[in-house]
Design a protein around this ligand. Structure first.
Ligand SMILES: [Zn+2]
Length: 269
């Protein structure tokens, strides 16, 4: 599932693929991917979605592309597209059988929104309204802003994944960051020691930088859920294998309905 680093890769890729280009054509094989507002249910669709999408992308050349957490806002003059990848969505330079939206560029290339599960989508909007929607309901971006204080009795991993507290960290980045910080994932926020609090922001940053670095020379992205043989993470989905830091077998537990992998040697309760 795309988290902040994967969405940032998407942002950089779209900018690279469309630099200096115009959109000259639009094809929408699945109109349900075009939504009226960000809060629409996935695949709710938009009665005039395709026309609205055309109007945005043909109105002006693609411009700046902003990211906040896992959301993107792509400027086209005074109009914009809000992009959300959902669980399986990605923008690519080549189409596959899951293409939902295709934007043709003036050099005969195209960019494709592919989304097998249809939980992502595009929202045609104005630049001004898009700027509001981009961060609406979200905490500060986990990459561009300092980590906010973590308080309360809920487990630290659950807090890190709360997008209204800090935007962009999902299941994989949260568990890997806590492993780097030597913090047990079930530690209540209020029980974090001063030393743990001091370590956590650096560990989150290191983890996000590590994941971003995986895509440095990549032309396309493969999500870890799509091809588990390509798992680059030290502890994610590695139950029973030795921790790369201390050799203790990695353990797994369920937190808020999601699997958490952790090292009983490095992350003592
Ligand atoms: Zn360990």
């Amino acid at each position: 599932m795309p988290e902040l680093p994967e969405v940032e890769f998407c942002r950089r890729s779209l900018l690279r693929w469309t630099a200096g280009r115009h959109v000259v054509g639009v094809d929408v094989p699945d109109p349900r991917s075009v939504r009226l507002t960000r809060k629409d249910r996935p695949s709710a669709g938009h009665p005039d979605g395709v026309a609205a999408l055309r109007q945005v992308v043909l109105s002006a050349p693609p411009g700046e592309l902003l990211r906040h957490g896992k959301r993107l806002l792509w400027r086209f003059g005074d109009a914009a597209l809000l992009l959300h990848l959902g669980m399986t969505g990605k923008w690519a330079h080549r189409g596959d059988r899951y293409v939902k939206v295709r934007l043709d560029l003036d050099d005969t290339s195209a960019v494709y929104f592919c989304d097998p599960r249809l939980l992502g989508g595009v929202v045609p909007t104005t630049w001004a309204e898009g700027l509001v929607a981009l961060a609406d309901g979200l905490g500060p971006d986990a990459w561009n802003a300092p980590l906010p204080p973590l308080t309360g009795s809920r487990p630290v991993k659950v807090a890190l994944m709360d997008q209204s507290l800090v935007a962009g960290i999902g299941n994989v980045q949260a568990m890997e960051a806590l492993w780097r910080a030597h913090i047990h994932p079930a530690t209540p926020c209020d029980a974090l020691t001063p030393a743990q609090r001091a370590r956590l922001p650096g560990a989150v940053r290191e983890q996000l930088a590590f994941t971003l670095g995986l895509f440095d020379d990549a032309e396309e992205i493969v999500y870890v859920e799509e091809d588990r043989s390509q798992n680059p993470f030290p502890i994610y989905r590695r139950e029973g294998t030795p921790c790369p830091a201390c050799g203790t077998p990695i353990a797994r537990m369920i937190q808020a309905g999601r699997s958490t992998y952790w090292c009983p040697g490095c992350q003592k309760a």
